[in-house]
Design a protein around this ligand. Sequence first.
Ligand code: SF4
Length: 180
Amino acid sequence: MSKKKLATVWLGGCSGCHMSLLDIDERILDVAALADIVKSPIVDGKEFPEVDIALVEGSVTSDEHLQEIKLIRKRAKTLIAFGDCAVMTNVTGMRNYFPLKEVFDASYKYAVSNDQYGQVPSHEALLKLNDKVVPLQEVVEVDFVLPGCPPSADTIFYVLFEFLNDRIPNLSEAKKLKYG
Ligand code: SF4
């Protein structure tokens, strides 16, 4: 079996799902035996390449994220919604209950920055945020859902290992397995 190409992506999330991925510890060697990690926050590389599996953390919070996830969808054979923010917006989507301006005002109310006390900075990343956060499946087709905030390292490894061996993971089985 030839090695697969694996990507991990960080959209609107806290990076906790990627931290949990790193917690697979030495099992990364089992992953590396079956796949090359060709794009990831922990791997350099600008363009998103064609991949077999894309593990996508976080929800869609901006047009930039929307373009990114559409490109990923085109180039990934299997797209996995990785963690609760990707699956249902979770923490990232809590701002959906309020108008974006109110969220900015509340977030920067107590920010002390010399004479800019309480001012919302006009940073381009903030200006690009969409009014509402949406989960991945609202804008692209998702092949597999990996829930959890974050998913446990054991479950992440199980899901990856199954896909890398051309099997469809069964999350109820993952709960019974103990690794390490
Ligand atoms: S699911 Fe939880 S750990 Fe993962 S990005 Fe969202 S808040 Fe962070």
